[in-house]
Design a protein around this ligand. Structure first.
Ligand SMILES: [Zn+2]
Length: 137
């Protein structure tokens, strides 16, 4: 029994080392990947309960695409690009959660500008390029 335990432990350690070597230089996972995977799983589970053929097919395909995308991202060697995607996703989440401010992009330089919500129509001055634009908050 003890010998088998040692053999199994060595095998697991070897597998871990192989996986680590395979993942070297690859992106791995992040919050965006978790969200993609969870939506893929949700689509998969939902498709099991939906009998409408077209909707069922769409959900099944959608779940494959989402899971494939998550796998692609975690194996990707373009870590900079994946990191930027995750940053965009996190910023998007932050904007949704923020109930006290509204976000606009400057029409000239695309700089994101944050203004307090519920102030009616206001004139916004871009802090980066000085462009003035009017928006409803
Ligand atoms: Zn600007």
């Amino acid at each position: 029994m003890r010998v088998i335990g040692v053999v199994i432990r060595r095998l697991i350690m070897k597998l871990v080392a192989l996986t680590q070597r395979f993942m070297q230089g690859r992106y791995g996972t992040d919050k965006l990947n978790t969200a993609i995977l969870l939506s893929g799983l949700a689509a998969c589970v939902l498709s099991m309960f939906i009998r409408l053929p077209l909707l069922n097919w769409l959900l099944t395909m959608g779940s494959y695409v989402l899971m494939g995308w998550a796998i692609f991202r975690s194996l990707s060697r373009n870590t900079y690009k994946r990191y930027q995607e995750n940053r965009k996703y996190l910023r998007f989440l932050e904007r949704i959660k923020d109930r006290e401010h509204k976000y606009f992009d400057c029409p000239r330089c695309r700089q994101p500008v944050r203004v307090p919500r519920g102030k009616g129509k206001i004139s916004i001055t871009c802090p980066k390029c000085g462009e003035k634009f009017v928006k409803k908050t």
